[in-house]
Design a protein around this ligand. Structure first.
Ligand SMILES: Cc1cc2nc3c(=O)[nH]c(=O)nc-3n(C[C@H](O)[C@H](O)[C@H](O)COP(=O)(O)OP(=O)(O)OC[C@H]3O[C@@H](n4cnc5c(N)ncnc54)[C@H](O)[C@@H]3O)c2cc1C
Length: 388
């Protein structure tokens, strides 16, 4: 017998589960269908940095506005999720230091002053000041920008907590379930069909299949969705004798101190297909850069290495909004290197789209139309009357 549900979400990563959680808070029935294990892909491979302030990034960039809107949701959301589930997301206001080139001082001062005028705590540190704030840093680095407000979570813990919260609110998260086809009525998806022969009738569909979204969108919905996999490798090492207290960005990598004396070193970027892969070259590159930043890491023990597939797009920005040619399909994919950070705003924005038919202003610049596809003018959801 066919089941009926308001919204089916394809993909059980942090994006799919965040959308499920926000939809349940709005009273919508929701089912997440995941071909593997819930949260086992990129979302658990992430470092968990919530760091939008790229050096000299343009303050009026709509992408920065989206990231900042998501960042602003995190402190409250972290508490809400922890209270609901009894789990910890390991949210810490660690703050970061972005190392800068000598000679950039004037531009950095002006950039930091602009942000300070928006209430963001930033300081340009030079020479001894920098060494005092982060004594483990190599003396070869003489300038950096300290950004106190950039926090982090432990990504696997955050992933597990969002998934648990969605379930506690009544979402159904179904692992090991492959959708092989959709049934349509004109420009509406009316049901999905699973490999086991199940038929799930739905009022709406959300595509949140991470790095697989381009493939899935093409195969099930006939979409041209430029989302492809970008392999990212990371390492876990022990903190050096003089432990780092900030997240450090420099030499094309970052170092993120975690609880329990762990230090994450991330991350590489390779386009090598759909298999997450750790390579000797990637490990060596991360370690060499880490040792340049912090000489105390010479001879450090590598405790763990892993890889995940970022959902990459040509402009490195997400795809949010209605799928072209469909009235009731929402796209929530292409989050590149910021999917954990952006999961909070994506959850609320896509839940708004499904329930009210429109995205909040901050998410509007990220439609698929920017790549040349025309987007459906409006989104219409029809709820299923489950008692019928
Ligand atoms: C090494 C590394 C470090 C990172 N660090 C950070 C960081 O510090 N901060 C940050 O914000 N982001 C970071 N990211 C990026 C972040 O991990 C991703 O942007 C984010 O996890 C994407 O979430 P997602 O739910 O879209 O994808 P995923 O977590 O990959 O989930 C997508 C799910 O879709 C499923 N799927 C596949 N095929 C189908 C199908 N046919 N039907 C249904 N579902 C399907 C997959 O099995 C998967 O479970 C990092 C990524 C990597 C690799």
């Amino acid at each position: 017998m066919a089941q009926a549900i308001d919204v089916v979400i394809l993909g059980g990563g942090v994006v799919g589960c965040s959308v499920a959680y926000q939809l349940r808070r709005r009273g919508v029935t929701v089912m997440v269908l995941e071909p593997g294990a819930i949260g086992a892909q990129a979302s658990s491979a992430a470092t968990g940095l919530l760091s939008p302030y790229k050096l000299l990034g343009k303050p009026d960039d709509p992408y920065l506005a989206l990231q900042r809107a998501s960042l602003a949701l995190f402190p409250g959301l972290a508490v809400e999720l922890e209270e609901l589930t009894g789990l910890s997301v390991d949210y810490h206001q660690t703050g970061c230091i972005r190392l800068a080139r000598i000679g950039q001082a004037g531009r950095l001062e002006a950039w930091a002053a602009t942000w300070r005028s928006h209430g963001v705590e930033m300081a340009v540190l030079q020479g001894e000041e920098l060494a005092c704030v982060e004594p483990a840093l190599s003396r070869a680095y003489q300038m950096g920008v300290s950004i106190a407000c950039e926090p982090q979570v432990l990504a696997p813990a955050y992933m597990a907590t969002v998934a648990r919260a969605a379930v506690l609110c009544g979402a159904r998260l179904v692992a090991d379930c492959q959708v092989v086809a959709v049934d349509r009525d004109g420009s509406r998806v009316v049901a999905v069909r699973t490999a086991e022969g199940g038929v799930i009738a739905c009022g709406s569909l959300v595509l949140a299949a991470g790095a697989w979204s381009g493939l899935v969108g093409h195969e099930l919905l006939g979409l041209r969705l430029p989302v492809t996999p970008a392999n990212g490798q990371s390492l876990q090492v022990r903190q050096p004798g003089r432990a780092l207290s900030h997240i450090l960005f420099g030499e094309g990598i970052y170092l993120a101190p975690k609880t329990g004396g762990r230090l994450y070193v991330g991350a590489t970027h390779e386009e090598i297909g759909f298999t997450p892969t750790v390579t000797a070259e990637g490990t060596a590159r991360l370690l060499n850069a880490a040792r340049l930043l912090v000489p105390g890491l010479d001879g450090c023990v590598v405790e763990r290495s892993w890889a995940g597939l970022r959902p990459a797009t040509p402009d490195r920005r997400p795809v949010l909004g209605t799928a072209p040619g469909w009235e009731n399909v929402a796209l929530a994919c292409g989050h590149n290197s910021f999917g954990v950070l952006l999961s909070a705003i994506t959850g609320t924005a896509i839940a708004d789209l499904v329930t009210s038919g429109s995205l909040p202003d901050v998410a509007r610049p990220f439609g698929l139309a920017r790549f040349g596809s025309s987007s459906s003018a409006c989104y219409t959801n029809r709820r299923h009357d489950l008692s019928a």
